[in-house]
Ligand binder design. Structure first.
Ligand SMILES: Nc1ncnc2c1ncn2[C@@H]1O[C@H](COP(=O)(O)OP(=O)(O)O)[C@@H](O)[C@H]1O
Ligand SMILES: [Mg+2]
Length: 304
């Protein structure tokens, strides 16, 4: 584990190092997305996937799937288990290269060979398991792999006070109310852990934030907490990709909705083009639900 550079006391450290437990969430700085400003052209999408396909052995995980992610917007990816959601975000995150189709970042083809390449372009991913260390303090987890240092050369030491202060300020600035940054990460609720992971990505300069089912294991109230931080990240200008199988979590916060079913796209919709009811029906496979309701209904009892 290595700190990068030798920032002065209290300075913002550079991005986390690759690998190790810190990889669950990380980010990097990058140029502003609105580079086409002044040319009269709309800026290119932050991230864009065109007709991407991916197979694993005989399994077609994705077939001709397209999606766009813009800065300051939330793109939701919805689908049941096995729909290909994680495969799609692993393409965005540089874990997999698509077998066919294209992946563009800032309008230019991305040729990522590792998640590190994506991180270097400001594409941060928070995976479901978060990859944090439960017995370590909140502030240590926040800086895993990117500890702020004091001094130079062999005399560099970990700036503990600066790290604590930075974490406290960063959490407060996002409205995250954690009593004590010294408490072990494992004592936080699931929603708080997700929130810390989001704050961490924002702190390290993410432009795109990819969240794989951050609300799926949470109760209603906790899910609401996480949705608020997603809105905050969006309001700070990040392009957010929010993966979920719950249309009730997606609809209030989403600007765009991509629906996946067994690896194929059921369509990409802007919010104006789809109602919550339509989204729910598409997601559940309306016909399948009706069939199920029919099956589960009580058979009519014979009259005595
Ligand atoms: N590394 C892999 N090797 C083999 N099959 C995989 C791999 N990753 C995903 N799959 C398969 O691809 C399909 C889509 O999986 P996934 O993207 O994880 O779906 P979701 O996240 O929507 O539940 C599934 O059938 C899954 O078994
Ligand atoms: Mg998944």
């Amino acid at each position: 584990m290595s700190g990068t550079g030798a920032p002065p006391a209290g300075a913002t450290p550079e991005r986390p190092s690759p690998g190790g437990p810190g990889e669950g969430v990380a980010a990097a700085s990058g140029a502003d997305a609105a580079r086409a400003e002044g040319t009269g052209q709309p800026p290119p999408c932050l991230l864009e996937v065109r007709s991407a396909g991916k197979t694993f052995g005989g399994v077609i995980a994705l077939r001709e799937v397209s999606m766009r992610v813009r800065a300051g917007e939330v793109t939701c990816v919805l689908g049941d288990n096995g729909a290909g959601k994680s495969t799609l975000i692993k393409i965005l995150a540089g874990v997999h290269a698509p077998d066919s189709g294209q992946y563009l970042v800032d309008g230019a083809p991305a040729a990522f060979t590792s998640p590190r390449d994506a991180l270097d372009r400001g594409i941060a991913t928070v995976y479901q398991d978060l990859a944090m260390i439960p017995l370590m303090s909140v502030w240590r987890n926040f800086f895993l792999g990117a500890e702020p240092r004091l001094g130079r050369g062999p005399f560099r030491r970990f700036d503990v006070a600066g790290a604590r202060r930075t974490v406290r300020e960063e959490l407060r600035s996002m409205g995250i109310d954690i009593r004590d940054v010294d408490q072990p990460m494992g004592t936080l609720s699931g929603g708080e852990r997700q929130s810390v992971a989001i704050a961490r990505a924002v702190h390290f300069g993410a432009r795109a934030l990819i969240l794989d089912e951050p609300t799926s294991a949470l109760g209603v109230k906790q899910a609401g907490v996480v949705l608020r931080y997603i809105a905050q990240a969006r309001d700070r200008g990040l392009g957010v990709v929010f993966i979920t199988h719950n249309p009730h979590h997606a609809y209030p916060i989403g600007d765009r909705f991509l629906l996946l079913n067994r690896g194929t796209s059921l369509g990409e919709y802007g919010k104006a083009d789809i109602t919550r009811e339509e989204l729910t029906a598409l997601m559940a496979g309306g016909a399948e639900l009706e069939q199920l309701a029919h099956e589960l209904g009580r058979p009519a009892r014979p009259r005595r």
